[in-house]
Design a protein around this ligand. Structure first.
Ligand code: FES
Ligand code: FES
Length: 166
């Protein structure tokens, strides 16, 4: 901890958290190191791969591009929160059923990003096309599964949630 440490209070996965953090610490490092929420991964560390994707005040962000101190007063949700609430349970099951993961390194970020797309689709009562799914997940890199199965899984859940026959 340096002398540039600051006190922050935020809500993480429904729980109020108060911590003293280095002003330069990224959100994803804070989540992983200080709160032991290791579901958000660190890949490129410069906003390209998407594996650190989390929600801040309802909007998905790169946890490696945001500082923890910027989240003072914010509501942060990670893959652990989405898992515990069951919000993404159908997506997670579809990823498993359709072999949409191998090493799993990209999966938390993929699921958080996919859930964001499906939540928006729900608001407009629409089913995103495969192209729209690809576009939305284009900032999330997978280095071992390939994208076909991932798009299959997200599309299946999109249809399922909209009550459309697959
Ligand atoms: Fe954040 Fe790659 S680690 S985008
Ligand atoms: Fe290994 Fe995507 S499952 S990087």
């Amino acid at each position: 901890m340096t002398d540039t440490a600051l006190d922050i209070t935020l809500t993480v996965n429904g729980e109020r958290v108060s911590e003293r953090v280095d002003a330069r610490k990224t959100l994803v490092d804070f989540l992983r190191d200080d709160l032991v929420l290791t579901g958000s991964h660190v890949g490129c560390e410069h906003g390209v791969c998407g594996t650190c994707t989390v929600r801040v005040d309802g909007i998905i962000v790169r946890g490696c591009l945001m500082l923890a101190v910027q989240c003072d007063g914010a509501v942060v949700e990670t893959i652990e929160g989405l898992s515990d609430s069951g919000e993404a349970a159908d997506l997670q099951a579809a990823f498993v059923e359709r072999n949409a993961l191998q090493c799993g390194f990209c999966t938390p970020g993929m699921v958080v990003a996919a859930q964001d797309l499906l939540a928006r689709a729900k608001e407009t009562n629409s089913v995103p096309s495969r192209d729209a799914i690809r576009e939305h997940l284009s900032g999330n890199y997978c280095r071992c599964t390939g994208y076909q199965a991932i798009v299959d899984a997200v599309e299946a859940v999109a249809k399922q949630r909209a009550g459309v026959k697959a």
